[in-house]
Design a protein around this ligand. Structure first.
Ligand code: B16
Ligand code: MG
Length: 216
């Protein structure tokens, strides 16, 4: 049976959270806001605009829309500068193996990400051609935990949401998959992603037997 396998990007395919952190930290420092790695967890799977609001709330800073727009541009320019040298070595362990396995088994493969920079990242890391459909931050009006991003991905693959499987590293993403009535698979910490149907530390723990079970 053909199923839809939908991958989140940041934290599932590549670890770009570290670059988002460095770029947000510069903005926070300029505003004298204490922004730590722990705070960065709050931004996973969250849109760029909402991320800035969260940082400003952390520092009790109020700002005009004009300033916010300026900081959003600065943050993205800085973030993009970290992506310049990105290549396939940044693909997280086990991801290639699973993408190839799904291709060999003729399954639908899609991306479902909040990032507006998803396409260049897939290009730079050399895995764009694995994806039959891409839905990213440019294509949705409602952010995770709204299921819009995953429902659109399944629709583009012409596969019923009930036959879709989502790989996610964020709580909001797992909630989005659950409310789309898709199988949710958490990639990361059990304690954080406990709402997922299945949880793995990373893709090296996902084997062919498990994939076959999802397909059949
Ligand atoms: P951008 P995902 C999300 O990607 C990140 O987890 C989140 O930290 C980031 O703010 C968001 O993309 C927007 O990214 O600034 O590149 O548009 O995890 O949904 O793939
Ligand atoms: Mg993510």
């Amino acid at each position: 049976m053909k199923k839809a396998f939908i991958f989140d990007l940041d934290g599932v395919i590549v670890d770009t959270a570290k670059y988002h952190f460095l770029a947000w930290q510069k903005i926070a420092q300029a505003l004298h806001i204490n922004f730590t790695q722990e705070h960065n967890e709050l931004l996973k799977g969250v849109s760029r605009v909402r991320s800035l609001d969260i940082i400003l709330e952390l520092g009790n800073v109020e700002a005009s829309q004009e300033d916010k727009d300026k900081w959003l541009i600065q943050k993205n320019e800085d973030y993009l500068s970290y992506l310049v040298d990105m290549d396939e070595s940044e693909i997280l362990p086990g991801v290639f193996k699973i993408l190839q396995l799904l291709k060999d088994k003729n399954q639908g493969i899609a991306l479902g990400s909040a990032s507006k920079n998803a396409r260049p990242i897939l290009e730079k890391t050399g895995i764009l051609s694995y994806f039959d459909a891409i839905v990213d931050g440019n294509d949705v009006s409602k952010a995770k935990p709204d299921p819009e991003v995953f429902l659109k991905a399944a629709q583009l693959l012409h596969i019923d949401p009930k036959n879709a499987i989502v790989f996610e590293d964020s709580v909001a993403g797992i909630q989005a998959a659950n409310s789309a009535e898709m199988v949710s698979i958490g990639i990361g910490e059990k304690t954080i992603l406990h709402e997922a149907d299945y949880i793995f530390n990373d893709f090296t723990f996902v084997d062919e037997n498990f994939i076959d079970k999802l397909i059949n």
